[in-house]
Design a protein around this ligand. Sequence first.
Ligand code: ATP
Ligand code: MG
Length: 393
Amino acid sequence: MKEILLLKDGEIVLKGMNRRQFEDALKKNIRIALQPVGRFEITSAQSTICVRPLGEDVDFDEACDRVGRVFGIVSYSRAALCESKTMDAVMETAPVYLEKQLRAAKTFKVEAKRSDKKFPLKSPEICRELGGRLLGCFPHLRVDVHDPDVTVYVEIRDFGAYVHADPIRGAGGIPVGTGGKAAILISGGIDSPVAAYMMAKRGLRLTAIHFASPPYTSQRAEDKVVRLLQKVSLYTGPLKMITVPFTAIQEKLRDGCPEELFTIIMRRLMMEMSQRIARDYGCSALITGESLGQVASQTIGALNCTDEAADMVVFRPLIGMDKQEIINIAYKIDTYETSIEPYEDCCTVFTPRHPRTKPILKFVKEAQERANFAPLIEEALQNLKITPINPEI
Ligand code: ATP
Ligand code: MG
């Protein structure tokens, strides 16, 4: 049986962005998401996007999974295309295609949409005929028009007739790319992949920046970040990971700054360097996985000091969330198990015993200036490594 996907897109939340632009971006993202699965025809009509496989050997389960992670889709239905656009074909297809759902249900109803007005039966007639047929095929079923276990949808459209059961919830949000570009500061931890997911959901196209301090941090730690980003890229689409060589800067920090200010100065340096990289990659915002009060560098005082190092807007989507709430999303996007693999991050190298939770900006800046990081920053920015990230196949 030939199957297709019918997608309902979201609200156009951005003023000035018209439906056409929104839909074009969404279709492009769907095409990219489905590229590794096979060839598809993607069309839109009557506020529904239709995805049809071109060819027989397409893994349709995989296609549904991938479409379920594309932002901008409120819900999607997996539907069977009837052999012909006739009531006979509809009557034949529905009980076979929906057998599993109908056997598991106690009650059902039929809803028909007839956008092709040339179809000989009107919607109430389609419902009545198919309803009767399904009751004949599945005698345990009852009709309940108010609160059925399963709704059987029949849609008669220009290009054909198809049937499906209740739609599945999509990823929601806004199509990636329609909101601009931002750089996510990514560690190997639990939080930053979740932050990436949340901001991509608001329509941002991401570039990832990772600070590495070999040999204090290992190649395996960096590989773990690549694997995390591969998982995230199922939602964000392909992206670039920029690895910043941070060793010399951290050594200078250790040797030239007061211990209790290590963390705060390090965070400021990360922001300053990230902002420069972000600009070079056309990004106009930074994203971090910080959450208020989680650690010493995430107090109001510390965040004020950190923010001062960059003028670009910094998005912190996790700022008001509890760890458990963050973990729940990490589970949902399947990054949790990878995040808890025990590899070191540059933030855990040379950690002070007593970090300042209320750093005074003036002293922090003085200490930072005395150490003169400028030449090392320039050198690091000359030696960035770029790794293209694609969703795992
Ligand atoms: P995460 O779970 O994301 O590692 P965290 O709670 O461990 O976060 P920190 O280690 O203080 O918190 O880092 C706060 C934020 O700083 C991270 O969410 C991330 O955005 C950024 N960050 C931390 N380490 C790195 C790194 N090595 N490279 C790039 N960004 C980093
Ligand atoms: Mg971390």
